[in-house]
Write a new protein. Structure first.
Ligand code: NI
Length: 206
C-alpha cells in the first residue's frame, strides 16, 4: 500500500486521457488499492487514475457518510445505499443517463475551490470490478455525481471546465497567479476564513 502524489491543476498531465485497461492484473489491483488509500488519506470521496499520473481508465469511490461528516446517512438515496462501496471501476462507461441535478463540487486536484456543477441525476454505468468481472451500477445521489466527475478526469476534464466561460477563466487565472492557499500559513484574514470553510467541506472532494 502506498499514498500516491495527487496532481494539481494547472499540471498539464491532468489533461491526458486514460487508456482502456486490457487486463485487471495484479499491477492494476495494486494501483486500485493505492488509489483508495490515497483517497482516504486526503479525505476524498473519489479519485481517478489520471490524478495520480497513471493514464488508465480506473476510478475509485467511497461516498458513504463518514463519522462527523457533512453528508448524513439520511441524505443517501436508496439506490446509492444499495451499491457496495468502496467501488473500484475499470473502463467505466455511462450507458444511460437521466434527469438533471447540481452539486457544489470540489476536487483533490483543485483543492479549496468549490463550484456548482450541472450533472445527470441518474446514471447506469458499465465497468469491470476489482476481479475483472463485468458489473452494472445503477445510482443517483452523490455517488452518481462522483462517478460522472471521475469519468471526466479519465477524459482529461476538470469540474472547473464545466462552469460558465467567465467563471471558469476567472478561477483558472486566479489559481495560476496565486496557487492554492496554505492553511497552515494563512496570509490574510480572508485566507483564514477560506481555510476554515475548506476544513468543513474537504471531505467532499471528488
Ligand atoms: Ni476530482
Amino acid at each position: 500500500m502506498a499514498i500516491l502524489e495527487v496532481l494539481k491543476f494547472p499540471d498539464s498531465r491532468l489533461r491526458l486521457k486514460g487508456a482502456p485497461v486490457l487486463s485487471v492484473n495484479a499491477e492494476m489491483k495494486q494501483l486500485a488499492e493505492d488509489m483508495l488509500e490515497t483517497m482516504y488519506s486526503f479525505k476524498g470521496i473519489g479519485l481517478a487514475a489520471i490524478q495520480v499520473n497513471r493514464q488508465v481508465r480506473l476510478l475509485v469511490t467511497d461516498t458513504r457518510p463518514r463519522e462527523g461528516g457533512r453528508y448524513k446517512p439520511e441524505e443517501q438515496t436508496e439506490l446509492e445505499r444499495a451499491v457496495v462501496q468502496p467501488l473500484v471501476l475499470f473502463n467505466p462507461e455511462i450507458i444511460k443517463k437521466e434527469g438533471k441535478t447540481t452539486y457544489d463540487e470540489g476536487c483533490l486536484s483543485v483543492p479549496t475551490y468549490y463550484e456548482t456543477v450541472d450533472r445527470f441525476d441518474y446514471v447506469e454505468v458499465k465497468a469491470l470490478d476489482i476481479d475483472g468481472k463485468e458489473i452494472l451500477i445503477k445510482t443517483d445521489g452523490l455517488l452518481a455525481i462522483c462517478i460522472q466527475h471521475e469519468i471526466d478526469h479519465l477524459d482529461g476534464k476538470l469540474f472547473i471546465d464545466r462552469l460558465s466561460p467567465i467563471k471558469s477563466a476567472r478561477i483558472k487565472s486566479k489559481i495560476k497567479k496565486h496557487g492554492y492557499p496554505d492553511p497552515s500559513h494563512p496570509e490574510s484574514e480572508e485566507d483564514l476564513d477560506e481555510a476554515e470553510a475548506d476544513e468543513e467541506r474537504e471531505e467532499h472532494r471528488l
